[in-house]
Each structure stands twice: as structure tokens, then as C-alpha cells.
Design a protein around this ligand. Structure first.
Ligand code: GLV
Ligand code: MG
Length: 303
């Protein structure tokens, strides 16, 4: 949500999404940057966010705005701020700079040390090339976020449609390398991987395809730019009832076969399951439970 528009920010409280970020970066005009810091801090202080995670995206470290974005927002509303989204991260020093500044501010304002998390946007060639070091740069890091708009611009992709496949590309998924690179770096450092925006709001099918692809690969979530995008993205990242049932069944069956029968591998409905199947099932089951699904099947021990 652009931090310069209080009407949008007020609306963000009612959306029921997992996280909202109030933007001071690319959705805010240069002439509005300074005024927006106070608006964002007030929106955090005013409350009414329920369980929604509250983040602020500051300007990137190579601008003259970044340091004061952090200082003003944390000094005025640090106790209500969960996370800072750092855009255009090109290397671990960018994250280290923010980590130190947050530590100074937490100390000066009496906040618990390490309270405010960092989410790093990977959205240019340098950021992708350095993504492993970036992912390991600070214990505050919670997520890496792919930024397709800036990434497309950085690489020179011939497209004007953010997040959608560049027209004419005949090689498959143009974002596959970036997605898998970011996902692998995130997992190697125990972070979440989040996919960035899909800008054509009216193209819900295109959004659904983009979200389904990121979810299938293993991403944990995706940004939305408009309330009309929430349903398609939520659906893409939630397992279906059948997937959820099967995941819970695998967990239950595996417990039975390893615990009661003391076998490491067994057959379940024609498919071999073992410890690795259980790990996969745990992830799907956790997503299903988080989405509020309930089981409709139980495991029947053989015989
Ligand atoms: C988001 O910031 C993007 O560049 O896609
Ligand atoms: Mg960007």
C-alpha cells in the first residue's frame, strides 16, 4: 500500500491478509517521500491491524532517503513495526547496514534487541548473483522476496507487463532461474521465499497461473497489489482438500508403519512412502491447517 495515501492504508486494515507493507519506495512519488514517513508511522501507531504482520518498505540504500526512513519510522512507531522491507538489495553489506541501524535505534528507543525483522528484495542482476551471501547476512532476515518489475528492467527483458511472461520468449518460464536461485538461497539460510507482484490487476487468470507456478516450486507466498488479487493468490498457496487429506494420511500411515510394524518404507494406495515422503507431507499438512482445512479421511491399518 502506498504510504502516501491514508485512504488506501486505512483499507489495508480490513483485508484479512497475512501481512501488509506500507510503502515509502516505488509507489510513493519523490515529492511525497518525506511527508509519507509521518503518515506511515501514524498508521502503525493508530492500531486496528489485528494479527496482520506490519511492515514498511523503505527506500533503497543508494538513495538519500533510506536512513531517515528507518530513523523516523522506528523512532515514531518502532513498537508497532514487525519488519522492514529492504528493496534493491545488491549484496550483504546492504543488509548489514540496516541491521546495525536497527540495533542502534532499538537500543536508543528501549525496544528489545533484534525485535524488528528484515525482508530483502532480490530484484536485479547483482542481487541475484549475491543471493546466498545476502540470505546469510543477518539474523534479522526472515524472507527473500523476488521483485519481477525491477528484475525485468535490470536484465533488459523485452516486456512492459510486470510479473507476466515476456512475450515472444520461447524457452519456457523466463523467471524459473531467478525463482529457483532465490528459493534455494532462502532455504539454505532458513528463510521464507516470497514471490513479487503481478501488475495487470484485471488479468486474474494470468495472476493465478503465476501464483500457482511459484507455489508449486515451493514459495511461501506472493504479494498482492489490489484487494481483487487476494482470492486467487490465497487459493494458489492453499492445498486442495484432496492434497491436504493425502498429506495427513501419509503422516498417519508412516507413523503406523514405522512405529507398529517397524518398517522404514511402506506402500500407501500404490505409492511408496518413506521418511522423505513424511517431510513433504508435513509441509502440505501445515499449509492446510494454516488455511483452516479439516480432515475428511482417516488411515485404516491393514488387516
Ligand atoms: C517489486 O518491487 C518489483 O520490482 O517487482
Ligand atoms: Mg521493485
Amino acid at each position: 500500500m502506498p504510504g502516501s495515501t491514508p485512504r488506501f492504508v486505512a483499507k489495508a486494515r480490513e483485508l484479512g491478509v497475512d501481512e501488509v507493507f506500507l510503502d515509502l519506495e516505488d509507489a510513493v512519488a519523490a515529492a511525497e517521500k518525506e511527508r509519507s514517513r509521518g503518515l506511515v508511522a501514524r498508521a502503525l501507531r493508530d492500531g486496528g491491524w489485528g494479527t496482520t504482520i506490519k511492515a514498511v518498505r523503505i527506500n533503497d540504500v543508494r538513495t538519500g532517503w533510506a536512513y531517515r526512513d528507518v530513523i523516523d519510522v522506528v523512532e515514531q512507531a518502532g513498537q508497532w513495526l514487525d519488519s522492514v522491507v529492504l528493496p534493491k538489495v545488491t549484496g550483504p553489506l546492504d543488509v548489514g547496514w540496516l541491521d546495525l541501524l536497527l540495533s542502534q535505534l532499538e537500543r536508543a528507543t528501549g525496544l528489545p534487541s533484534g525485535r524488528i525483522a528484515i525482508e530483502a528484495q532480490i530484484e536485479d542482476a547483482a542481487g541475484l548473483a549475491n543471493v546466498d551471501a545476502i540470505a546469510a547476512a543477518s539474523p534479522r532476515l526472515e524472507a527473500l522476496i523476488f521483485g519481477p518489475a525491477d528484475f525485468m528492467a535490470s536484465l533488459g527483458m523485452r516486456s512492459l507487463t510486470v510479473g507476466a511472461p515476456p512475450p515472444g520468449y520461447a524457452g519456457g518460464d523466463a523467471f524459473h532461474y531467478a525463482h529457483l536461485r532465490i528459493l534455494t538461497a532462502a532455504r539454505a539460510s532458513g528463510l521464507q521465499a516470497i514471490d513479487g507482484p503481478f501488475a495487470t490487476i484485471a488479468d486474474v487468470d494470468g495472476l493465478a497461473a503465476s501464483a500457482a507456478s511459484a507455489a508449486a516450486l515451493g514459495f511461501d507466498g506472493k504479494w498482492v497489489l489490489h484487494p481483487g488479487q487476494i482470492e486467487a493468490v490465497t487459493r494458489a498457496f492453499s492445498p486442495t482438500q484432496a492434497e491436504y487429506d493425502r498429506a495427513e494420511l501419509i503422516i498417519e500411515a508412516y507413523d503406523y508403519y514405522t512405529g507398529v510394524q517397524r518398517r522404514g518404507a511402506a506402500m500407501l494406495a500404490g505409492e511408496m512412502i518413506d521418511e522423505a515422503s513424511r517431510k513433504l507431507a508435513l509441509a502440505t499438512a501445515a499449509r492446510g491447517r494454516a488455511a483452516g482445512l479439516a480432515r475428511t479421511q482417516r488411515f485404516e491399518p491393514p488387516g
